[in-house]
Structure formats: structure tokens, C-alpha cells
Design a protein around this ligand. Structure first.
Ligand SMILES: [Zn+2]
Length: 491
């Protein structure tokens, strides 16, 4: 991975210090300061107007929905929202930035002092501080290939100019590439639950820059940091950090100094390249935006926005673990998206045994979907189907073996559970004497196990239940079978 492989002993002498800057596109219908559509995939330069093109005399008007979404995100990551924040101009020249500046926020951002908790490898959680969340607008996009004259020209698409963004800056609290990965996964999950962004990394709705430095363990002072820019997947962020940490340690170990710079991740080569020396804040000549008044957040607006906060993933998992007797792993699976968790809970509430609904959903259904490479939305069995199956199992109207057969049929015929069950109505043996006859056969064939049971090893009963169920071709009524096996063995 790195140019020279460093020994684990050398790596262990250093501690990485990582901070992440995440840009999230807010899911508003229109742009941050004009009425143009905020839409990915439109024809180039079709969603533009005098404001976002910076034609002379055009003035920005702040989008209230963007403020609401940014505030909602800030509250979800436990930030304190300022009553009064200030928009500022961040000046720089770039062809895809017709104004010559971005409207951003500088010394008085919308929100500060937040945190999120991320799970760690040892099963505990670690709190990562959030320095700030501020609002800003996006720039346009330079397109360097795909046109006939691309060899000689760069094309510009200004549709993205003025797209509302929230930039979320973490404290340098992250110590490993894995922690960085977890932080990003949890942050994205929170933003998706809040519905403030689609967080689609491929379309650029969520972008991440990582600041990373290393220092000898025990040293208080931070090392010189490099910024790894625009890495377009969380896995690549982790890989880029792993590479960058080793590179910096190597520089220091060979007597050199790490330079403060921006570096670009090259996914194909699995390494970072120096891009340019890192800008300092003063390079941008920030000053308050004269065309926009200070942004005032009233206590009423804040209270109203707080009411719109959904139950957030971590809280929801904790509640669901208690409510449905789930493992932590199952709770993560069921809360993968807010929509999936909502559908599960709505269904589970109607079932006799919600815990069983969770089990069937994740094991019986989830296992089959995974084996076939299908998504939950492509499942032939609906949530209602799962509830029906769980209830039938619970009432002893079908055995777990029959349930498996019915599920197999659902997938074979691409039909929901109710339809398959109605048609198949698996036979059940509910006649005690028929079941007793089968039990007698099994008991006779397995004297050793009978002895074990009578010597006190009660778990052997499960063996007899299994054998009789098999002999009945899965058709014995499970509740009755259990009862009769115990009776016979005790007798
Ligand atoms: Zn516009």
C-alpha cells in the first residue's frame, strides 16, 4: 500500500489525528438563494438565472426551507444553534464559480458544539465532537471529458451553482481510519433519517474531505496535517486515510517533515497525490455578505424545528432492542433505513409475537434475499405476509418446516405468502392418537436417548420432537407434539 512497508513497531509509535469535513446537499426543491430547481441530472445550464449566474444587479434571497433543513440537521447532531449567524463571502477564482465567491458562513456559523456517538470495535461507543455546521452554496461543475472538443476544452455546467449545502466539520477526535468510516456511516444515517439530504455520493450529494496528521504517542501537540480531498466513497475514505497515515509516518521516520497541503486520492492506484499547498482561511479574504442580512433563528422556529426531528437511529435501536427483544446486530439490520424500520414496526404491532416477525424477516426472508442477491423491495413476501406466517407459526397452525416450504414456494412462484398459504393449506396432523403412534415408534427406536431423558437430561426432548416431526413429514401440530412427547417421556 505505502511506498515502503513500515513495521508494526514503527506504526505503533505514532497516533493519527483525523478530522472530517462533510458537505451535504440539502434536499430542497429550489436553490439556496434563487428559485432555480435544485435538481441533479437536468440538461447542462438549464437550471440557472441571473442570481446563480451572478449577473450584475441580481440579489440573493435566502431559501427558508434550506434554513429549516440545516437547522434540523444541526439539532440531530446535538449542535447548539445560534440565534444570529452571518453569511460571508469566501473569495476565490475558479471557472465554475461565476460570482468569484461562494456565499458561506465563517466566524458565526449556524450551529456549533455538537457530537455523535459511534460504535467501536470493542463494543463500546465513542463520542466524536462536531465543531460546527454552517450553510453555504455549491459551485458549478467543470467537465473535462465526454465532448468532441474535450481534448482542447473544458466545459462548464452551472446547474449546481447555488445548490444549498450544509458543511459539517468534526473535531479532530477521530483516531483510526475505522472510526472515520463509522463516523461517516452514522452521520449519513442521521441525515437520511431527518430527510434533509438524499446523501447520494455518486451524484455528489455527500462529499467528504479528511484532515489527517500523525504525532508520536504521548505528544500533546498536533502534527502538520494534510487534507485529502473529495473522496467519493466511505471505503475510499478509510483506504485514503490508511495510506496517508503510513505516508506521513514514513516521511517523519526518514527524517523529513510533513508539509501542509491538499492531496488527491487516486482510487485506481490506491494512493494520494500532492495537489496544492493548503489554503489558509485568510487566502479566501472572508468578509460579511453585504447582500444578505444576518440570519436570525427565533426560539419559536427552533422549537418548531425540534418537533420535526424523527426518532434518531441510535435511540430507535435502543428502544427496539428492549421492545422486541432483539440483538444489537438485528436492531442495526432493522433500522438500516427509516422507511424499513417504519414498515417493520407498523407490521410487528399487528402480530401476536413481534419478536417472531423480526426473526422471520431477518432470517427466513433476509437469508433468501441475500442468497439471491435481491433487495428488500424485490421480495415476493410482503410485511403482511411475514406477519401472517409469524401468527400461523405462533398458533401452531403450521410447523417451522412447513413455513420454510411455503417460503420456498413464494420465491419459486414470485407470490406473496398469503396467496401461497391459501392455495397450499399444508396438512396438519392434529389427531393425538396419530401423533402418539409416531412418538411410540421413535421412542422404541431410540432407547439410549430415553434413558438419558429419564436420567435428567431434559433437553433430549427436543431430539424426540425433531424425529417425530420428521416422521410426520413436518405435518404434526407443533404444540400438540411438544405436549405429547413430554407426556410420553415422563410416563
Ligand atoms: Zn438561479
Amino acid at each position: 500500500m505505502s511506498a515502503a512497508a513500515l513495521s508494526p513497531e514503527v506504526l505503533a509509535k505514532y497516533e493519527p489525528v483525523i478530522g472530517l469535513e462533510v458537505h451535504v446537499q440539502l434536499l430542497t426543491a429550489s436553490k439556496a438563494f434563487c428559485g432555480c430547481a435544485n435538481h441533479f441530472g437536468s440538461a447542462p445550464n438549464s437550471n440557472v438565472c441571473p442570481v446563480c449566474l451572478a449577473l450584475p444587479g441580481a440579489l440573493p434571497v435566502l431559501n427558508a426551507k434550506a434554513v429549516e433543513f440545516a437547522t434540523l440537521a444541526a439539532l440531530a447532531i446535538n449542535c447548539q444553534v445560534r440565534e444570529r449567524s452571518i453569511f460571508a463571502r469566501k473569495n476565490y477564482f475558479y471557472p465554475d464559480l461565476p460570482k468569484g465567491y461562494q456565499i458561506s458562513q465563517f466566524d458565526k456559523p449556524l450551529a456549533e458544539h455538537g457530537w455523535i456517538d459511534v460504535p467501536t470495535a470493542d463494543g463500546t461507543t465513542k463520542r466524536i465532537g462536531i465543531t460546527r455546521l454552517h450553510m453555504e452554496e455549491d459551485a458549478g461543475k467543470s467537465i473535462h471529458d465526454g465532448f468532441v472538443d474535450s481534448a482542447n476544452h473544458t466545459s462548464l455546467d452551472l446547474n449546481r451553482c447555488g445548490t444549498p449545502l450544509a458543511e459539517i466539520v468534526s473535531e479532530p477526535d477521530i483516531r483510526t481510519p475505522d472510526e472515520a468510516f463509522e463516523y461517516l456511516v452514522r452521520l449519513k444515517e442521521i441525515l437520511l433519517y431527518c430527510g434533509v439530504s438524499d446523501c447520494n455520493m455518486e451524484e455528489g450529494s455527500l462529499r467528504c474531505d479528511a484532515n489527517v496528521s500523525v504525532r508520536p504517542k504521548g505528544q500533546e501537540k498536533f502534527g502538520t496535517k494534510a487534507e485529502v480531498k473529495n473522496v467519493n466513497s466511505f471505503r475510499f475514505v478509510r483506504a485514503a486515510l490508511e495510506y496517508e497515515i503510513e505516508r506521513q509516518i514514513e516521511v517523519i521516520e526518514s527524517g523529513g517533515r510533513v508539509t501542509q497541503e491538499s492531496r488527491l486520492w487516486n482510487a485506481a492506484e490506491g494512493r494520494t497525490y500532492s495537489m496544492r499547498s493548503k489554503e489558509q482561511a485568510h487566502d479566501y479574504r472572508y468578509f460579511p455578505e453585504p447582500d444578505l442580512p444576518p440570519l436570525l433563528i427565533s426560539p419559536e422556529f427552533l422549537a418548531e424545528t425540534r418537533k420535526k426531528l424523527p426518532e434518531l437511529p441510535e435511540t430507535r435501536r435502543a428502544r427496539m432492542i428492549a421492545e422486541y427483544e432483539l440483538t444489537s446486530r438485528d436492531a442495526f439490520a432493522l433500522t438500516a433505513t427509516r422507511e424499513f424500520a417504519d414498515r417493520f414496526e407498523a407490521a410487528a404491532k399487528t402480530a401476536k409475537n413481534p419478536h417472531r416477525v423480526a426473526n422471520l424477516l431477518l432470517s427466513e426472508l433476509g437469508g433468501r434475499l441475500k442468497a439471491l442477491g435481491l433487495e428488500q423491495e424485490q421480495s415476493p413476501v410482503s410485511m403482511a405476509g411475514i406477519v401472517l406466517a409469524a401468527d400461523l407459526l405462533d398458533e401452531g397452525k403450521i410447523s417451522s418446516k412447513q413455513l420454510k416450504q411455503l417460503f420456498d414456494l413464494c420465491f419459486e412462484k414470485n407470490e406473496d405468502f398469503a396467496a401461497v398459504y391459501e392455495r397450499e393449506k399444508p396438512e396438519q396432523i392434529t389427531d393425538s392418537s396419530a401423533i402418539e403412534a409416531l412418538i411410540d415408534q421413535v421412542i422404541e427406536a431410540n432407547p439410549k436417548q430415553v434413558e438419558q431423558y429419564r436420567a435428567g437430561k431434559k433437553t433430549v426432548a427436543g431430539f424426540f420432537v425433531g424425529q417425530v416431526m420428521k416422521a410426520s413429514k413436518g405435518q404434526a401440530n407443533p404444540a400438540l407434539l411438544n405436549e405429547l412427547v413430554t407426556k410420553k417421556l415422563e410416563g
